[in-house]
Design a protein around this ligand. Structure first.
Ligand code: FES
Length: 104
């Protein structure tokens, strides 16, 4: 599954990842080191904060209360915010555009 990542400098990267992998893993494995993912996906760091393109936000599964709480701790939360370790690649989401949120 391919998708597009916009880094904090505004550069686009085409990223390919296996279906079922989290967006965080795919971005990190693509060598985009701005994706810190300090907790490794265990929902405690929020350094995998991303903005999902508006047209697609409704196609993602709803967020858990834990994800919601963690995002609340960010100064950069918007309606497009998700944690990339909590959303997973699927054929349906192929071509998705996501941007890395600024660091808190
Ligand atoms: Fe830490 Fe997503 S990697 S919350």
């Amino acid at each position: 599954t391919e998708f597009l990542v916009i880094d904090r400098e505004g550069n686009s990267h085409e990223v390919e990842g296996a279906e079922g992998a989290s967006f965080m893993e795919a971005i990190r494995d693509a060598g985009i080191d701005e994706m810190l993912a300090l907790c490794g996906g265990c929902l405690s760091c929020a350094t995998c904060h991303v903005y999902v393109e508006e047209a697609a936000i409704g196609r993602l599964p709803a967020m858990s209360a834990e994800e919601d709480d963690l995002l609340d701790g960010s100064d950069h939360r918007t309606l497009l915010s998700r944690l990339a370790c909590q959303i997973f690649l699927s054929a349906e989401l192929s071509g998705l555009r996501i941007a890395l949120a600024p660091e808190d």
